[in-house]
Design a binder for this molecule. Structure first.
Ligand code: CMP
Length: 138
């Protein structure tokens, strides 16, 4: 059944000119781009988005990085979208990512890792609702 997931092309990948290549990989893998928006986010917006990580030692670094330049926020749809996007992204640490995955091709480090994708149905619901209004998701 068609499922939606939330994804971000992160500041490192946008800065390095990889956004179009990543979007092409996503479309080639069969995802429909339901909605997409390029914007810069504030540190406070990043903190709200990543609140589940607020006790982690890397939280400050993560929020500074995510607010360091423009990103692409998007909602993607396909059968099994959440798991399939995670597979296409590759491991969080690009050093452990499989060949052909987005992080293997474009990520620099565990912190600057090119792309985010929701890890479960409840997080996808929170994350897409955090950034998009209902009328943008028709
Ligand atoms: P993401 O999928 O966006 O969700 C949380 C992010 O925290 C993760 O990708 C990484 O970019 C980041 N992260 C996870 N572990 C570390 C770490 N050890 N150091 C810095 N950033 C991390």
């Amino acid at each position: 059944m068609a499922q939606r997931t939330f994804s971000i092309i992160k500041p490192d990948a946008v800065r390095d000119g990889h956004a179009a290549a990543i979007l092409a990989d996503i479309e080639k893998a069969g995802f429909k781009i339901v909605t997409i928006r390029k914007q810069s986010i504030s540190n406070a917006q990043a903190q709200g988005f990543y609140y589940v990580h607020k006790e982690r030692p890397f939280f400050g670094e993560l929020c500074s990085f995510m607010s360091s330049g423009p990103i692409f926020l998007m909602v993607l749809e396909k059968d099994n979208a959440i798991a399939d996007l995670r597979k296409l992204m590759g491991a969080t640490n690009p050093a452990n990512a499989e060949e052909g995955t987005i992080r293997k091709k474009y990520a620099k480090s565990i912190g600057e890792n090119a792309i985010h994708g929701s890890d479960a149905e409840d997080t996808a619901k929170f994350e897409l609702g955090y950034w998009f209004a209902g009328y943008e998701l028709i």
